[in-house]
Design a binder for this molecule. Sequence first.
Ligand code: SF4
Length: 107
Amino acid sequence: MALPGIGRRCADIVLSFVFGRDVIAVDTHVHRVCNRIGMTAAKTADRTAKQLEERTPEWAMRDGHFWLIQFGKAVCTARAPQCGTCPVADLCEFYVALPAGPVASTS
Ligand code: SF4
């Protein structure tokens, strides 16, 4: 089913917050974090949402939305990710692939 003018993100937010469904609504923070870390490999938020849907256990779907948004706002920010103090740096493809190496980037 599709509603004109309503994209996947809006639909997922309504499903999660209004109907209590287990979905991860992918906003810009979730999209950025998931693709930096390597949880997904997608150029669009809709593709990120699809990949997360396929890879995320049901128990983590609704809370995962909040975790990823908060992580993207507090640690893995758009312009200045806090890689030096990031608790998941050792799992992050972006961090490991930094040209100067992960250790040199932490200062
Ligand atoms: S290591 Fe850096 S880029 Fe990777 S998740 Fe942490 S803050 Fe984001």
